[in-house]
Design a protein around this ligand. Structure first.
Ligand code: LMR
Length: 329
């Protein structure tokens, strides 16, 4: 009787429902190196929710944060091998693979939030993503973190001369390294999850990063001085393994892309809010000294970086630099 009741209550399945019922679950392993409570960490979670919602649970995104699967230096190769399906490293770490992205790392190339939004969410982002030439990789979007600031443990960093002789952690990427060379500083390339220890043991004196990374990794607790310089922009290239992508049914690709578009817009607003709130928290709950670069000081930094602009212009061309400076909406 019980079985009969159940059978009579059941709605007839449509062809599509039957198809979905038979389709197997698809899992996207998404690896990244930052904490959960960061613009990228939250965007990854938002993306996972939206994908699950839009595909009725057929596609599941498993997130591996804090570099628990792969550190910065390893994740791109892991993506190419198909050991994970998705990563979102900062574009700085990929400039050996996509040399044109060097322009994005030029100090002070980004000056305002509306410019960042136009580059990362507008048509320029598609042009930039199409520059990825590795066959195993497809670029899906750019996500934001925010403007980078400088921290140091000895002198406040206000004039270019203040950098002389200090050692800074840099993420992989030749433009950032050259930026510090022009300031007469030394650099050590170090994975993100080793920076706290590097500062604590004084293997390095300082580093550059966004407030959200300085906050979530507690770097402000092992540094004396924080300069709000907004000299660079930290953004992420979200990429998927190409073979995995090509094997997905077209309708699933569409839903993932829709989820990605919504996440990208959400992330941009969330990232700005988060960096502001966390700066406030650092101000209220730590002894680090905070300085704001004056217009005059910024001019001096910019002057110091001119050889780098010249070098990248010679290598990549004037047009791309201009496009990033004044992107179409
Ligand atoms: C860094 O290495 O400092 C950043 O790229 C980490 C990140 O992914 O935000």
């Amino acid at each position: 009787i019980y079985q009969n009741n159940l059978a009579s209550q059941r709605q007839p399945l449509s062809y599509d429902d039957e198809q979905e019922g038979l389709e197997k679950q698809i899992t996207i392993r998404f690896s990244h190196v930052v904490a959960e409570n960061t613009p990228k960490g939250l965007a990854a979670q938002k993306f996972a929710e939206l994908v699950s919602e839009k595909t009725n649970g057929q596609v599941k995104v498993d997130i591996f944060q804090n570099g628990i699967l792969y550190s910065d230096g390893e994740e791109y190769e892991a993506l190419k091998r198909g050991d994970v399906e998705m990563i979102a490293p900062s574009f700085s770490k990929l400039i050996d693979t996509v040399p044109q992205w060097k322009v994005l790392d030029l100090p002070f190339i980004f000056n305002r939030a509306s410019q960042v939004e136009a580059v990362f969410a507008g048509q320029t982002s598609e042009r930039l993503l199409s520059m990825i030439k590795d066959n195993e990789v497809k670029g899906l979007a750019f996500w934001s973190n925010g403007f980078k600031q400088m921290t140091n443990d000895e002198t406040p960093l206000l004039e270019p001369e203040d950098f002389r002789g200090h050692t800074f952690r840099v993420m992989p990427g030749s433009v950032i390294e050259k930026q510090f060379r022009l300031l007469n500083a030394y650099t050590v390339v170090m994975p993100f999850n080793e920076v706290y220890q590097g500062l604590e043991t004084r293997e390095i004196n300082g580093q550059e990063n966004t407030i959200s990374n300085i906050y979530s990794k507690r770097l402000y607790q092992v540094q004396q001085h924080l300069t709000i310089s907004n000299h660079g922009y930290l953004g992420y290239a979200v990429m998927v393994n190409k073979q995995f992508w090509d094997d997905l049914p077209k309708d699933i690709q569409g839903k993932i892309q829709e989820a990605m578009r919504e996440t990208t817009l959400w992330n941009m607003k969330e990232a700005a809010k988060m960096n502001d709130q966390q700066l406030q928290h650092i101000k209220n709950h730590s002894t680090i000294q905070i300085y704001h670069l004056t217009e005059q000081q910024k001019k001096e930094w910019l002057q110091t970086f001119q050889p780098l602009y010249k070098e990248i212009e010679d290598e990549i061309g004037h047009d791309l630099i201009e496009l990033i400076k004044s992107p179409p909406d």
